[in-house]
Design a protein around this ligand. Structure first.
Ligand code: GSH
Length: 281
């Protein structure tokens, strides 16, 4: 426990400096901070995103769809730099009033269709192309269950554990304990499910695997928060097996490179994607 006890004031006030690594972008108000039109490329699908776990869900699915030959899944992926506040530009806020990446504009419909929330984007694309989502109602329900499980669970991992373990200005024992326990419980939920199933819903890879892998697969492969030892992620053997299997998929390899700043000369990450040839593997 911390030595100094915090006593909440009667009315909360905004302390601009208190947010740790994200102090300069987090605000208690929504809406645009500045006028900025979004660029529009040549393809049917316009994605405005960043290569975070929520962002790569969409580019991985798009690459899977393209690998199956769906030309309508061709996309322009524009970079939204959340570190410099681009999510608060007026054009972005028009397609996502919640000011968070990813956001998609489907220009093949009349009028164009906006979609925000990564889970909603996965569902929209899976339904549009009739892929990576089961048609049988029971199987579909299982897929939806794991998809929504991810959407409800990941904030404990990212906003809770990741924030306090990796980004908060100081290490506080209480929230780290609280969220480490929850994340380990979530990993155990996944591990027990994957003990008897190849993928989350059985033998078919679907959008729920894409969604869950981007957070929990990334975590067990030690690509998030440098917390693999702390959380003993190797003990979740079935999650580890599933996570390693998925990163071998060509579409995963392609999609996970998009909207990321390359980290050194051997890193094939790309800031924007406007053509299949932009990804060089
Ligand atoms: N539930 C949303 C969460 C999206 C989200 O949190 N995006 C983060 C990056 S991973 C973001 O844009 N943060 C910017 C901000 O909070 O201002 C989704 O799944 O799409």
């Amino acid at each position: 426990m911390s030595d100094s006890e915090y006593v909440p004031p009667k009315v909360w006030t905004w302390d601009k400096e208190s947010g740790g690594r994200f102090a300069n972008i987090n605000r208690p108000i929504s809406g645009a901070t500045h006028e900025k039109e979004l660029p529009v490329g040549k393809h049917p699908l316009q994605l405005y995103s960043l290569g975070t776990p929520n962002g790569i869900k969409v580019t991985i699915l798009l690459e899977e769809l393209l690998a199956l030959g769906h030309e309508g899944a061709e996309y322009d992926a524009f970079l939204i730099n959340i570190g410099d506040g681009s999510q608060f530009g007026s054009g972005f806020v028009e397609i996502n009033p919640n000011s968070k990446i990813p956001a998609l504009l489907d220009t093949s419909t009349d009028p164009s269709t906006r979609v925000f929330e990564s889970g909603a984007i996965l569902l929209y694309l899976a339904e549009k192309f009739g892929e990576f989502i089961p048609t049988d109602p029971s199987d579909r329900a299982e897929c939806m269950s794991w998809l929504f499980w991810q959407m409800g669970s990941a904030p404990y991992l990212g906003g809770g554990f990741g924030h306090f373990y990796a980004y908060a200005p100081e290490k506080y024992e209480y929230p780290i304990n609280r969220f480490a326990m929850e994340v380990k419980r979530q990993l155990d939920v996944l591990d027990r499910n994957l003990e008897s199933r190849e993928y989350l819903c059985g033998r078919e890879y679907n959008i729920s695997d894409i969604a869950v892998h981007s957070w929990y697969g990334t975590l067990v492969l030690n690509n998030a928060y440098n917390a693999s030892e702390f959380l003993e992620v190797e003990s979740y053997k079935h999650v580890g097996r599933w996570a390693k299997q998925i990163i071998e998929r060509p579409a995963y390899k392609r999609g996970s490179l998009v909207n990321k700043k390359p980290n050194g000369p051997d890193d094939k990450s790309i800031l924007e994607r406007h053509d299949a040839s932009d990804i060089k593997l």
